[in-house]
Design a protein around this ligand. Structure first.
Ligand SMILES: [Zn+2]
Ligand SMILES: [Zn+2]
Length: 361
C-alpha cells in the first residue's frame, strides 16, 4: 500500500499551494479510513476484542476508539459487506480504491456485478459514482415494488421466497444437584408470587426475575428514572434493509418482523442526524399510564417488558397519536408484528442507520 506523506500545516501560502496540500491531505484521510476498516475487520473476525478483555466489539470500540455505537455499526456494516465482495476487499488492501468510493459501491454491488462496479468506480469521479449508485438503488427499489418476489431475488434477499425464521439461542449453565433443586424451588416460588405469567417458560421466568432485581436495585438511586435499565443495540442498513443485533456470540441477522417490532419503540440514532426517540417520551408515559402499565393483548396482563406498539404501522401512515398507540408486552408485541403482512412498497423512505431499542421492565 502506497503511503501519501502529508505536509504539516503552514499558514499564509499561495492559493495553488494551499489547494495542493489540502488535496493531498484529503487523499491521505481517505486512505487512512479504508485502512482503518480493514484493521477493524480483523478485530471483528478474529474476535480480538475478547482477547483484549471486552465482551463485544461495541464495548471495545467505545473505550479504545471512542466510537459512537452508530459509527461502530457503520464500520461493522462495511466490514460485513467486504466479506461478500472479495475483489473489492483486495483492491482496498492494495490501495487501488479509497474509502469513499468503496462506501458507495457496497450499497449496490454483489458477487455477480462486483467487477462492473469496480470498473465504474475507477472511471468515474466520486460525485459521478455517487449519482450512478443512487440511480441503481432507485431502479432496484422500483423493481422490488413492481415485482416483490423477483426484486427480492435480485437483491439477494430470501431467495426461496419463504419468510425468514427468527433465530433462537441456547444458553446452558451447569448446576450441582443441590443448586438444581434450589433453582427449581425458586422458580416455583417466583411463579406463585405472580412473578411471571402462567405458562411462560423458564427462560422468561429467569429474565423476569433478573429484571425485577435490577429494577429494585435501581429504584430511588437512579440518576435519571426515565432511562431504561438495560439497552440493546440494533444496526439497520437502509441500503440493503437488513438488521443485525450484536451479542457476545457475534452478529446475528434479525427478521424484518423482529426489526419492525424493535423499531416501534426505540431510540433512534442516525449517522447524519440527531438522536431521537421513535415515540416522544411524554407520549410514551401517557400511553403507559392510560393502559395501567399492563399488556393490552386479549388474555395477557403482563406488567413487565412493556413496549409501545403502533396499531397502524408507521410505514403505512400510522402516527404517534395516542389513539394509534397501545401497550404490549415484548412477547405479544412480537406476535402482533408477525401477523402484520409485509406491505408492498413500504419503507419508501430510507430508514435510520441505527436503532437502539430500549428494553423497559
Ligand atoms: Zn409494534
Ligand atoms: Zn402480553
Amino acid at each position: 500500500m502506497s503511503i501519501i506523506a502529508v505536509d504539516s500545516f503552514v499558514p499564509d501560502q499561495s492559493a495553488a499551494e494551499v489547494s495542493a496540500c489540502l488535496k493531498k491531505a484529503v487523499r491521505a484521510m481517505d486512505q487512512a479510513r479504508h485502512c482503518a476498516v480493514l484493521w477493524f475487520k480483523e478485530i471483528v473476525e478474529r474476535e480480538l476484542y475478547k482477547e483484549l478483555g471486552y465482551g463485544s466489539v461495541y464495548q471495545y470500540a467505545a473505550v479504545e476508539l471512542e466510537f459512537s455505537k452508530t459509527r461502530t455499526g457503520d464500520f461493522l456494516h462495511l466490514a460485513r459487506k467486504l466479506e461478500k465482495l472479495p475483489r473489492l476487499k483486495k483492491e482496498m488492501e492494495e490501495g487501488k480504491i479509497g474509502y469513499t468510493k468503496a462506501r458507495e459501491i457496497v450499497k449496490v454491488a454483489d458477487e455477480e456485478n462486483e467487477d462492473r462496479w469496480l470498473n465504474a468506480a475507477k472511471k468515474k469521479s466520486r460525485q459521478e459514482l455517487r449519482e450512478t449508485v443512487k440511480r441503481a438503488k432507485q431502479r432496484a427499489k422500483r423493481e422490488r415494488v413492481k415485482n416483490p418476489a423477483q426484486g427480492e431475488l435480485l437483491a439477494g434477499l430470501h431467495p426461496t421466497g419463504a419468510l425468514p425464521v427468527a433465530l433462537t439461542h441456547k444458553v446452558t449453565f451447569e448446576l450441582t444437584s443441590e443448586q438444581l433443586a434450589h433453582f427449581e424451588a425458586l422458580v416455583e416460588a417466583f411463579g406463585k408470587q405472580g412473578g411471571a405469567v402462567a405458562g411462560s417458560g423458564r427462560a422468561i421466568m429467569l429474565l423476569e426475575a433478573m429484571a425485577s432485581l435490577v429494577g429494585r436495585a435501581d429504584s430511588g438511586a437512579v440518576a435519571n428514572p426515565k432511562e431504561p435499565h438495560t439497552q440493546i443495540h440494533v444496526h439497520h442498513c437502509p441500503d440493503c434493509e437488513k438488521s443485525h443485533i450484536t451479542t457476545s456470540r457475534g452478529e446475528t441477522e434479525l427478521t424484518p418482523s423482529e426489526y419492525e417490532k424493535l423499531a416501534c419503540d426505540a431510540h433512534v440514532a442516525t449517522v447524519d442526524g440527531p438522536n431521537k426517540s421513535a415515540i416522544p417520551p411524554s407520549t410514551r408515559r401517557r400511553v403507559l399510564a392510560r393502559d395501567q402499565h399492563r399488556c393490552q393483548a386479549p388474555g395477557c396482563s403482563h406488567t413487565r417488558f412493556l413496549e409501545i406498539h403502533h396499531i397502524i404501522p408507521r410505514s403505512e401512515g400510522g402516527t404517534n397519536a395516542e389513539e394509534n398507540l397501545t401497550t404490549l408486552c415484548s412477547a405479544c408485541h412480537q406476535r402482533a408484528h408477525d401477523k402484520q403482512k409485509p406491505a408492498c412498497g413500504k419503507n419508501q423512505q430510507a430508514g435510520p442507520k441505527t436503532r437502539e431499542a430500549r428494553k423497559r421492565d
